[in-house]
Design a protein. Structure first.
Length: 113
């Protein structure tokens, strides 16, 4: 994947993450704001594992943050956009719809890795 496309998906993931955080912030009442985190995208995603934040997350929000975090890690590792089952490129239309996708269309219903 070229760097321009990779940056596009990184921004798309960040927007998704920010939308979830805004939703959580609107539902969370706390004097100290745990959502203002310095660091890169992986650092920010790692911070969401803290117990305080997880208490405010619904099950679907937790799953989405975890999937976004794994996508950030794949970007960092250089294997974003590659199917975790067959290693082929994940279809662009799939990544457009689900930018944190780990599997191509052929393997998307295979449990596990």
């Amino acid at each position: 994947m070229n760097s321009k496309k990779l940056e596009y998906y990184k921004n798309k993931l960040k927007t998704m993450e920010n939308d979830i955080l805004e939703n959580i912030k609107s539902e969370t009442i706390d004097e100290e704001n745990p959502f203002e985190i310095d660091g890169d995208l992986v650092d920010r995603a790692d911070a969401f594992n803290s117990a305080t934040i997880n208490e405010g997350l619904s099950a679907s929000q937790k799953k989405m943050i975890e999937e976004i975090r794994r996508a950030y890690q794949r970007i960092k590792d250089g294997n974003f956009g590659k199917c975790s089952v067959c290693g082929e490129s994940i279809e662009e239309e799939r990544l457009e719809a689900v930018p944190y996708a780990e599997k191509c269309k052929k393997h998307m219903n295979i449990p596990g890795k």
